[in-house]
Design a protein around this ligand. Structure first.
Ligand code: COA
Length: 171
């Protein structure tokens, strides 16, 4: 399925691919948003500043970032951040990655998020993703590698598990 939900974007915001000159800013952004320059998911350490990605930018101001990793006909969204919420940036960034995944002949677009992140769960489920697995204790294991992951997350929910979501890409 090649989904192309129309994205509502502020007229001055553009989506563009990450380039080498963006790497240092991305590192700082990830550190500010996720507590460290690395992201630990499904027992894997990623450095988003070294991955492919797209930026939502308003002039020099970054207002959104998505990073991703393609392997074995699957495209994983490693990080997604909309600094200006509810303006269509998250949707536009996911669709930009989806286009790349489709062009690369990936069979699925997928990601994991933490069990407290009900906003992200809602966001992805509304955009054609399905919940395909719950990885019990995966966040507890990630915390051993990245101690800055809090014990308690959004809405006061204890963080223990990872939710795996995917959208199939059909040709
Ligand atoms: C989850 C996240 C990426 C969503 O990004 P976002 O830019 O707010 O998402 P969008 O604006 O595209 O869509 C969110 C909602 O706002 C609505 N919206 C978009 N533009 C709007 C506008 N101008 N006015 C009112 N609502 C609007 C969308 O329709 C959507 O609603 P829906 O889900 O009911 O369809 C963002 O909340 C975020 O960065 N969260 C923190 C990090 C995180 O959890 N990342 C995901 C895990 S990796």
């Amino acid at each position: 399925m090649k989904t192309s939900e129309p994205a509502f974007q502020p007229s001055s915001t553009t989506i563009r691919a990450v380039t080498a000159v963006d790497r240092e800013r991305i590192k700082r952004l990830i550190e500010a948003r996720w507590g460290a320059p690395q992201v630990v998911v499904h027992d894997t350490i990623y450095h988003p500043s070294e991955l492919q990605g797209f930026l939502a930018a308003d002039g020099e101001n970054i207002c959104g970032l998505v990073t991703f990793h393609i392997e074995a006909e699957a495209c994983e969204i490693v990080s997604l951040d909309a600094l200006l919420p509810r303006a269509g940036i998250g949707t536009a960034l996911v669709e930009a990655v989806s286009e790349v995944a489709y062009a690369a002949k990936c069979r699925r677009l997928w990601l994991v998020t933490t069990n407290d992140n009900l906003d992200a769960l809602r966001f992805y489920l509304r955009r054609g993703f399905r919940l395909v697995a719950v990885h019990s204790g995966a966040v507890d294991r990630a915390r051993l590698l990245k101690p800055s992951i809090p014990e308690v997350g959004a809405s006061g929910i204890p963080m223990h598990d990872e939710l795996e979501l995917e959208r199939k890409l059909a040709y």
